[in-house]
Design a protein around this ligand. Structure first.
Ligand SMILES: CC(=O)N[C@H]1[C@@H](OP(=O)(O)O)O[C@H](CO)[C@@H](O)[C@@H]1O
Ligand SMILES: [Mg+2]
Length: 589
């Protein structure tokens, strides 16, 4: 046993190796600091090697801090183009990395030289009281991006430098990695989450789906657009574990060997933001055919179809949330558990107002609104007996609190109908990935609910009518100057000063108008979301709000970058804005 103070490795071997690791993977020159955000680190893959090394180092500390439990590392850039990549950490429960540790990830990634990385490392050990003599365990997985191979090497260098035991699971979807982490860490508990292997994941989903479907008839074919990503081979594998006679799945966009096709004019993000289907859909889909799209790492899913007039209809995350909440709510009632088990739905400000109204007024369920980013929704949903959460873009899941699981397990059915409801409910707790939104699991959930309700996509779409809406993006030089007010669920800007009053003035002119502006957490842009009773009103309102941001932007930029009044005027004219529309300058904050 070392005679060093608690926290240090024998002879400082890890500290030295961390310092040395920096020399092998020097930090690429970048124009702004890295930041561990909503989706971990995400950027052009050629800038990421050093970041990977530091993530490996951090994961080892996180594992040592948490009683040597296994930490997950996922290498993916989700729906971004193929040349990007990214990395995120998964905590032992299968949740995302605890928020209080994000600043360590940022600090490590921004250490400019070997001595600084070593200092940040020692700082973390001291502040978090980490005993390095404890074992560290990590598992790794990645999506299909070509840069993944190289980046794994940098990551492993960080793990080896710190004496971490690791297993590389190769290719997996992000939710599969979350599943594996939880399954590994609960192996020796009374209620293990599942077999800790990829096969265990398929077996769990397959057998739960078989149980849920024993009370329902097949409901026609589903076509799945896999975004030319990791979802394709994993869905093909999953199909082997599903009851053949209950669901027919056709797969499109499964060309993972052609890296540049990843997310290219296909996938959940493309469909949601462009409000149109991928090419195969446009060319082949008949009215009423049921389609869905995954994103690049298969943690998001969006459904859609063409109606009889060939109008494209999107069934997004809000629709999946309402479908799941209504079905699970009915099961809870039918099972006789409505007094014990309460349900709530968690959304963000991007949820369509019509969905919120439908949940509150028709389904009579509680709705909570949180900040954007799954981790915010997840934490709020986890407080409820059953918390259904989805972002409008199709990322979400349903969480069953241990007290709800216990109530479901212990309940004695009083009739065959109660037994059926209870059986189905129990199977749903296994079918639904409890760690994170999961396109494969969510797809089976939607398919099961539609089959039980004997609904086509048209009937699903009829439950409520979406308010016409638009999500736009304005690229800005410094998104950090756009800040929303605390407690406003990101619906009110408090900075730049005066902009919110301008937006309020615009919005009040439109029937059922709602519009808000917030800085993206993942891109150098601000997002503008608007909805109103009529589509032409939405267009008009969003255009005006964008104009007011562009003017604001010029004011902000004008204070710092324009050489003179003339250059600023030329810039404005280039944007086609009228001089008279300009606001008096407000400070650049
Ligand atoms: C409006 C929108 O869709 N925002 C997305 C996007 O976040 P932004 O912070 O808006 O860039 O990426 C996040 C990570 O994938 C996702 O959680 C979120 O829903
Ligand atoms: Mg994703």
């Amino acid at each position: 046993m070392s005679s060093l103070p608690l926290g240090y490795s024998i002879d400082g071997e890890y500290e030295k190796a961390v310092e040395k690791g920096f020399e092998d993977f020097p930090r690429a020159p970048v124009d702004k600091p890295f930041s561990y955000g909503t989706a971990g680190f995400r950027m052009r893959a050629d800038l990421l090697d050093y970041v990977m090394l530091t993530v490996g180092v951090l994961a080892s500390l996180r594992s040592r801090k948490l009683m040597s439990n296994t930490i997950g590392i996922m290498i993916t850039a989700s729906h971004n183009p193929a040349e990007d990549n990214g990395v995120k950490l998964v905590d032992p429960s299968g949740d995302m990395l605890e928020e209080t540790w994000e600043h360590w990830a940022t600090a490590f990634a921004n250490a400019w030289e070997p001595a600084k990385l070593k200092a940040a490392y020692i700082n973390c050990i001291e502040e978090c009281k980490i005993d390095q003599r404890k074992e560290a365990h990590v598992i790794i997985a990645r999506d299909t991006r070509p840069s993944g191979d190289r980046l794994v090497k940098a990551l492993i260098a960080g793990l080896e430098a710190t004496g971490t035991k690791y297993t590389d699971y190769g290719y997996a979807t992000t939710p599969q990695l979350h599943y594996l982490v939880r399954a590994i860490n609960t192996q020796r508990q009374a209620q293990p989450y599942g077999e800790p292997s990829e096969e265990g994941y398929y077996k769990k989903l397959g057998s739960a789906f078989t149980t849920v479907m024993q009370y329902a008839n097949p409901n026609g074919a589903l076509t799945v657009d896999c975004a030319n990503g990791i979802g394709a081979p994993k869905l093909k594998e999953l199909i082997k574990y599903l009851p053949e006679d209950k669901l027919q799945i056709n797969i499109v966009n499964d060309r993972i060997e052609q890296a540049d096709l990843l997310n290219e004019k296909c996938g959940a993000d493309f469909v949601k933001t462009q409000q149109r289907g991928p090419q195969d859909f446009v060319q082949t889909a008949k009215p009423g055919e049921r389609w869905c799209s995954f994103d690049g790492d298969a943690d998001r899913i969006i459904y859609y179809f063409n109606d009889d007039e060939k109008v494209f209809r999107l069934l997004d995350g809000d629709r999946i949330a309402t479908l799941a909440a209504s079905f699970i709510g009915d099961l809870v009632r039918k099972a006789g558990l409505e007094d014990e088990v309460k349900l709530a739905v968690v959304q963000t400000a991007y949820a369509n107002g019509a969905s919120t109204r439908y949940i509150e007024q028709t389904l009579k369920l509680k709705v909570e609104c949180t900040a954007t980013g799954v981790k915010h929704l997840h934490h709020v949903a986890a407080r409820y007996d059953i918390g259904v959460y989805f972002e409008a873009n199709g990322h979400g899941t349903v969480l069953f609190h241990p007290r709800a699981l216990k109530a479901i397990r212990k309940h004695e059915p009083q009739s065959p109908a109660q037994l059926e409801a209870l059986d189905t409910l129990k199977a749903l707790t296994d079918l639904i990935n409890q760690t994170v939104g999961d396109a494969l699991s969510d797809m089976l959930l939607v398919e099961a609910v539609l089959a039980h309700k004997e609904w086509t996509v048209k009937e699903w779409n009829l439950t409520y009518k979406d308010l016409p809406n638009k999500l736009a993006k304005v690229n800005v030089a410094d998104r950090s100057s756009y800040r929303t007010a605390h407690g406003s669920a990101e619906r009110q800007l408090e900075h730049p000063t005066g902009l919110q009053a301008k937006i309020d003035d615009i919005v009040k002119k439109y029937q059922d108008g709602r519009c808000f502006v917030r800085a993206s957490g993942t891109e150098d842009a601000v997002r503008v979301y608007g909805e109103a009773a009529e589509i032409f009103d939405v267009e008009d309102m969003v255009t005006r709000v964008i104009e007011s941001i562009s003017i604001q932007q010029m004011v902000l930029v004008g204070n710092t970058s324009f050489r003179d009044q003339r250059q600023q005027e030329e810039h404005e004219m280039g944007l086609g804005l009228e001089r008279g529309a300009q606001e008096p300058p407000v400070g650049n904050g």
